[in-house]
Each structure stands twice: as structure tokens, then as C-alpha cells.
Design a protein around this ligand. Structure first.
Ligand code: SF4
Ligand code: SF4
Ligand code: SF4
Ligand code: FES
Length: 751
């Protein structure tokens, strides 16, 4: 427990934990101290000096951003001396920053512009000779060195928060500029969002609109289960009132929170329809009347999930969503041992951790906020990060302390090795039958994980206080997923580990809590965002057009076990799921009426949609919706038993791993104009040799019963015999509940 400190700011008594900076406490308590270089989510780089304050009894001015508060101190945030000091700093900032506000994107929301006014700088008294510097374009980023004030916020966020180490300062006195190791850049746009001036800008948004013309719609990103907080910035794009609206960009609360590239740039996936297509609607209703199954994916809101459940309750449909069902089964097995409905960790637990193990996930691609959280853990807490996976992710090289590569299919054995290493003696006694049968030599041989690697991993745990284990999508569809889930729960119960079980898709956690899912589909199937005999689809290629998630109101249940609101950025002129439900006798006037009816037995609260809040406090606390209640689950002795490790299936030959690209996640991001990655097969030299193919060659193979053609790209950084296969262009990829590794016969196209 850190010590409580009492001190005063401008005569008012305040309290904080020891170690907190004066600036953080002042902001939380509502005092204003101007800053130019401070970013709450990173460590202070202390380059601007705008945050100076006076401390009674201390000679000279003190930087509030990197000075911890001390007991009994008396702080002054406003005085003539401070004003003069800050005014002089602003004069220096304005040297060489041309007053081009009329044509600069940042105008109207620029910190320099605002503080130039705040410090009454009608004229510029300092000058220096202009230096020649090159403007740069790095994909989605455009950098203008003439506008750059070298505050270093972009380098801090890139290195500390994203963990990319792409941006750096190229020193040269007044000629200093920011540069980019472009190969390391993941195009997340975090540097754009934190830049206080117009120097680091979005290549796409440049010269497109003034900030003050855009209407902000607070919502949640719909591309993965982090459901990050964002604002769609929308403008009417026609010349008259009948013209349509467009999303011009996405922004976020950059001081405290982050977005990945998919959230920031993959926003224009709306389904534009001109009118309600009554004929298509009537046919769809007819199809529902004759159907016995609704097949869907987890790119839906909690409210839509409840509508589907109500339709099941009324008409007896089977609800089929294999991906969510795998997750539901996993959680049920987990609960049968943990005795709780939800896992204990969240993204903040990863950020706060000093020891993280990830198992069975390509975290950068499956859930980018986990990668960001790992970067914070490493950079702030010097965390030890172990990445257990058959494919090493070299994009995580600077964050991961230990890569442990295991054989495809051996996740169950690897989890058993972890349990053997970290579970308490009492837990081993409790599951005596399982532990006495464990043959570590056999598991080590099958998984190709040396027992010394696990010993080494365990040795790093010494003096670590807040370990977290992150369990990914690879294990959800593993044949022994239930046993893995029980082991995860036992580890959580019998050690200090907090657990995060990544919901596979955007609202997998919500769907798995709300819907009673079935395993088999019947003979007559209606699909929602999944192809079937009759398909309702937000992608615009079904039988009835539905609104995309940026056109809907409702809620998601995020990886943080939080029910967060989303608002419609754009209108949808067509029908929605609730219209179908009403036609089938499940009546509620609006979809959001279901928000307060989400099942309280599963931890939801009876709260109206309009009462859900969505903002940050001055101190950076996110007030977003509400947390699910973690319900106590009655466990039965018989269900708790962990079974022996099953024999490993053979994964020899060419094996491909279904995983998408950083930012290019699914059929929806694939519709957006700034995310332009093409689907491909990416493998190592070793893979190419074994499959007898070359880089750049077109190849074909059978995947989920269909022949797929892909360009094979060689990646010299990759090792091993498993290739990465992107699936974001396959319509039903987001509903796939298959084990992510597939044995394939690869052939040259044309043969
Ligand atoms: S886009 Fe992201 S990774 Fe690339 S330079 Fe900016 S912050 Fe770094
Ligand atoms: S590009 Fe922007 S954030 Fe980066 S140093 Fe320059 S002004 Fe600061
Ligand atoms: S894709 Fe996931 S991590 Fe990226 S902004 Fe959206 S919710 Fe956040
Ligand atoms: S905010 Fe403290 S030096 Fe910039």
C-alpha cells in the first residue's frame, strides 16, 4: 500500500498516494496547469516547461509533471512570475512555427493556437533563420517539420504506449526533426492523435474539413472485443438537406486512452441503402417463419443478441454461432472450477502487471489493445512478458522477454506445464489424480517445449507481484478446450495470477452471456451477417440490408467485462433486426428498449440505454456504461476434475494459421478506404521449401471446404513451418469457430 500524502494547491488541501505527480493530482482535483508535452498515459518527457509551478520554500520554479507531491507542500499554480515564464515559452514555441492556421487541419483544436491566445501573444518578438526540412508521408501519417514543436509526445506514445519504437528524433539543433523507422510502424495513428499541433497529421483527413464543422458522436469501436472508446466525427456532405452524412475521421481521448489502426482508420463500413425495401423485408419475414435456425456471428450488439434469444424463446429457433459457443463452453468449464462467472483480469490488470504470460493468441492481431497494454507493462513496470505460441511475433520483439514456441495442437500440454510450475501445493493435492498422471517428459517431447524453458520462465517470477495470464482464441476451438479452461481456472484459484480470456470477436462475451446457443443447425437456416439460404446482412451483399455497427445504437460487452454504449454515427434508411422481430410477434418499439432487459442473472444491470454514461473524469477514469457483476457459480466436485492430457493430433506437412493483419481484421475493415491490405498467405523460407513454393507465387488450397487462391509472400523474419493465412476477405470469417490451424495441401495455381 502506498502512503497517503496531504498538501495544498492554491490554498486548498488535497490528498494523493505517494509517488503521484503534482500535475496529476492538480488535474484530478480540477486545477488548471497548462502543458504542451504532457501525456497522461506515458511517462513525462519534460520538454516544454509549461507545467511549472511554485513550491513554497523552494528556489526557482518546479516542473509539476515529473515532480511527486510531498507531504505538507504548498503549491501555487498561478502567479505573475508563472505567467511570464509560460508566456516566454510560448514565444519560443512560435519561433519558426508559421502562422498558417487558415490552412492547417489542426486549426480550432491546436494547443499552440489556443495557448498563443491564452498568453496574449499578439506579436512575435523572437526570430531565427528558417531551416530547410523535408515534409514526409508515411502511409496514413503525414509529417510537416515546419509545424513541429519537438514536444516529443509522438515519440513517447509510439515507444511507450504502442511499443513500436518506430518514431525517433533526428537531432540537429534547430534542424531537429522526427523520423520514422517505417518498417516498425504499425500505422495505428496514435502519434497523430497526440500531436498538439498540425505537424503529425492524417494523410487522408488533410485539407478535408475544419475541426469545428464536425459533429462528434461518442461510441465504441466495433472491430474487436476491446470495444475502445472513440468519437466518430461526422459532417453533412451534400449541398442541401437531402445530402448524406459522412464520417470524416475518428478521434479519441488521447491523453488517457488509445486506438489501434482498425479503430482509427477503419470507420467507413456503413451499409448505405436508399429506402426501405419492403419486398425484401416481406421475403425475409417469410423465410424466418419457415426457418428452424438462425445462424449469426458476434458482430452484433447485446440488444440484438437478446432479440435473437427472444425469437428462440418464442419460435424455438436453434441459435448457431460456433465461435461464441466455443467461448461459452470454455467459460462454463472455467466457471466449473473457478466458481465465478467471469475471469479476474482486464486490460488495466495487464497494464499494471509486472509479469505477463500470453498463451494461444497472436495478440497484436487478435486484440491490439492487449499489445498496447503489454507495452505499458513493459515500459512502466519493467514487466517480464512471455509469449507462448507456435509462431513468434517479431513485431513484439521489443516487448517480449521470452518466446516459447510450441507445436501446433499442444496447447493443452503447455497449459499443464504452466500449471505444474505455478499451481500451489494445495491445488496439486486437490487434483492429485491429474498431477500424479502428468508425464512431463512426454508433454515436453510432444509440445517441443523444453522443461528448462518453463523453469526459466518460473525463475523470472521472483519478486514479481502482479502476474497475469492472457488466454487467446487458439484454445477456444481446441479439442481439449474444456480441460484447458479448467486448468486456467485452477491456476487462477491457486496462485497470484489474474486471468484474461480474450473474447474472440467484438461481442463474443455479450453473445455468450445472453444467448442459449446450439451446436447443430437445422434444415432451414436464416443467416445474420453469415451466408445462408436467406441472409440479412450489413455488408450489403445479402437478401435484406441491415445497419452496420456504426449505424446502430446499443451496447457491447467488452474484454473488460464492461457493458459499453455505442451510438449511431450515420443513419440507416432500411430495416433492422427489431423490425423482423416485431413482424414475428416479439415486440418492443426500439432496439434500445432491450438494454434494460439484458439478463441480470448473468450479471447485466437493469439500466436504460439513455442512462449509460460515456466520458472520462479529469483524472482519466473512464466512466463508460457499467461493469458486469461477477456471479458466484455453484461448483460440483465431479465437474472440477481435470482430465489427463490427450494424445496430440499429428500436424505434419503444411499447416496454415488463420490470423488477420494488424488493422485489417474482418469483412468490415476490408470495406474501408484507408485499410488496403490484401489477403494473402505469409510464411517462412522453411515453409516455402516444405510446400515447394516461392515468394510472390499464386497458390491454391482447400480451406473450410472451399478452394482458396492466395499470393504467397515470403517473410524472412518468420521461422518454422506454420504460415499465416488471412481470412478477412472471406464473408463468414468472423463466424468461424474452427481450430485456427489447418493442415493443407498447397498447389501452384493453374495446376
Ligand atoms: S502510427 Fe503508430 S506505430 Fe506508426 S509511428 Fe505513429 S504511433 Fe508509431
Ligand atoms: S510531430 Fe507533433 S507530437 Fe511529434 S514532436 Fe512534433 S509537434 Fe510534437
Ligand atoms: S480494433 Fe480493437 S483495439 Fe483497435 S480500436 Fe477497435 S476495439 Fe480498440
Ligand atoms: S508538461 Fe511538464 S515539461 Fe511539459
Amino acid at each position: 500500500m502506498s502512503k497517503q500524502i496531504n498538501f495544498t494547491i492554491d490554498g486548498r488541501s488535497v490528498e494523493c498516494q505517494s509517488g503521484e505527480s503534482i500535475l496529476d493530482v492538480a488535474r484530478r482535483e480540477g486545477f488548471y496547469i497548462p502543458t504542451m508535452c504532457y501525456l497522461a498515459k506515458a511517462t513525462p518527457n519534460a520538454s516544454c516547461r509549461m507545467c511549472v509551478v511554485e513550491v513554497e520554500g523552494v528556489d526557482g520554479l518546479v516542473l509539476s509533471c515529473n515532480t511527486p507531491a510531498i507531504e505538507g507542500a504548498s503549491i501555487t499554480t498561478e502567479s505573475d512570475i508563472l505567467y511570464k515564464e509560460r508566456q516566454n515559452i510560448m514565444k519560443l514555441y512560435n519561433v519558426n512555427h508559421p502562422l498558417q492556421c487558415g490552412v492547417c487541419d489542426k486549426s480550432g483544436e491546436c494547443d499552440l493556437q489556443n495557448k498563443t491566445t491564452e498568453f496574449d501573444l499578439a506579436e512575435q518578438t523572437f526570430a531565427t533563420q528558417e531551416q530547410k526540412r523535408k515534409k514526409k508521408k508515411w502511409g496514413v501519417l503525414s509529417y510537416d517539420p515546419y509545424l513541429c514543436i519537438m514536444c516529443e509526445k509522438c515519440t513517447s506514445v509510439c515507444n511507450e504506449v504502442v511499443g513500436s519504437e518506430a518514431l525517433y528524433i533526428k537531432p540537429g539543433g534547430y534542424k531537429s526533426v522526427i523520423d520514422n523507422h517505417f518498417g516498425d510502424c504499425i500505422q495505428c495513428g496514435e502519434c497523430i492523435s497526440v500531436c498538439p499541433v498540425g505537424a503529425m497529421a492524417s494523410s487522408d483527413f488533410k485539407y478535408n474539413s475544419n475541426a469545428w464543422e464536425l459533429q462528434k458522436v461518442p461510441s465504441a469501436c466495433a472491430h474487436c472485443s476491446s470495444a475502445c472508446n472513440l468519437e466518430y466525427e461526422v459532417k453533412h456532405s451534400g449541398i442541401d438537406s437531402s445530402g448524406s452524412s459522412e464520417i470524416y475521421r475518428v478521434t479519441n481521448e488521447d491523453d488517457f486512452d488509445s486506438l489501434c489502426g482498425a479503430g482509427r482508420f477503419g470507420y467507413d463500413y456503413e451499409n448505405r441503402v436508399a429506402i426501405k425495401d419492403e419486398k425484401a423485408f416481406n421475403s425475409a419475414v417469410e423465410a424466418f417463419k419457415n426457418a428452424d435456425t438462425i445462424k449469426f456471428n458476434s458482430m452484433i450488439t447485446n440488444e440484438e443478441a437478446l432479440i435473437l434469444q427472444r425469437l428462440k424463446d418464442k419460435n424455438g429457433y436453434r441459435l448457431v454461432n460456433e465461435e461464441a459457443r466455443n467461448y461459452q463452453n470454455f467459460m462454463n468449464s472455467y466457471s466449473s472450477v473457478s466458481g465465478t462467472s467471469l475471469y479476474s483480469g482486464d486490460l488495466q490488470a495487464i497494464k499494471d502487471s509486472d509479469y505477463v504470460i500470453t498463451l494461444g493468441s497472436s495478440v497484436s492481431r487478435d486484440n491490439p489493445m492487449i499489445r498496447f497494454a503489454l507495452a505499458t507493462a513493459v515500459n512502466i513496470n519493467r514487466a517480464n512478458v512471455a509469449y507462448l505460441h507456435p509462431i513468434e511475433d517479431y513485431k513484439l520483439e521489443n516487448l517480449v522477454t521470452q518466446f516459447i514456441r510450441y507445436e501446433v495442437g499442444s496447447e493443452e500440454g503447455v497449459m499443464a506445464m504452466l500449471l505444474e510450475a505455478f499451481a500451489s501445493d494445495e491445488a496439486k493435492e486437490e487434483q492429485k489424480a491429474f498431477f500424479s498422471e502428468l508425464d512431463m517428459g512426454y508433454i515436453s517431447g510432444e509440445s517441443n517445449v523444453n522443461e528448462d524453458e518453463i523453469k526459466n520462465l518460473k525463475s523470472k517470477m521472483l519478486r514479481k507481484k502482479s502476474p497475469v495470464i492472457v488466454i487467446g482464441a487458439d484454445v477456444m476451438a481446441h479439442p481439449s478446450s474444456s480441460n484447458i479452461a479448467k486448468m486456467v481456472a485452477l491456476l487462477e484459484k491457486s496462485s497470484e495470477f489474474k486471468v484474461v480470456i480474450i473474447p474472440t470477436n467484438t461481442n463474443t462475451l455479450g453473445v455468450s452471456m445472453i444467448c442459449d446457443l446450439d451446436s447443430e443447425e437445422g434444415s432451414s437456416v436464416v443467416g445474420y451477417n453469415v451466408h445462408a439460404a436467406t441472409t440479412l446482412c450489413a455488408l450489403g451483399d445479402g437478401d435484406l440490408d441491415m445497419p452496420a455497427l456504426n449505424q446502430q445504437e446499443g451496447t457491447f460487452t467488452s474484454i473488460d467485462k464492461r457493458v459499453v454504449p455505442l451510438n449511431a454515427a450515420l443513419p440507416h434508411a432500411g430495416y433492422e433486426l427489431n423490425d423482423i422481430a416485431i413482424a414475428l410477434g416479439v415486440e418492443s418499439e426500439e432496439t434500445i428498449n432491450y438494454t434494460s432487459e439484458l439478463p441480470t442473472s448473468k450479471g447485466f444491470k437493469s439500466v436504460e440505454f439513455d442512462s449509460l454514461e460515456n466520458y472520462y473524469t479529469n483524472g482519466g477514469e473512464a466512466i463508460r456504461g457499467y461493469l458486469l457483476d461477477n456471479k458466484k457459480i455453484k461448483t460440483k466436485k465431479a465437474d472440477e476434475a481435470i482430465s489427463n492430457i490427450t494424445e496430440l493430433e499429428d500436424y505434419n506437412g503444411s499447416v496454415i494459421y488463420s490470423v488477420d493483419h494488424i488493422s485489417q481484421f474482418n469483412t468490415f475493415t476490408n470495406k474501408t478506404h484507408q485499410i488496403i491490405d490484401k489477403a494473402n498467405l505469409i510464411g517462412s523460407e522453411q515453409f516455402a521449401m516444405a510446400a515447394k513454393i516461392k515468394g510472390g507465387q499464386k497458390v491454391k488450397f482447400m480451406f473450410n471446404g472451399k478452394e482458396i487462391t492466395r499470393v504467397f509472400n515470403l517473410d524472412s523474419h518468420l521461422k518454422g513451418t506454420v504460415a499465416r493465412h488471412s481470412t478477412f476477405d472471406l464473408h463468414d470469417s468472423t463466424s468461424s469457430g474452427k481450430y485456427r490451424y489447418t493442415k493443407v495441401q498447397i498447389q501452384e495455381e493453374g495446376n
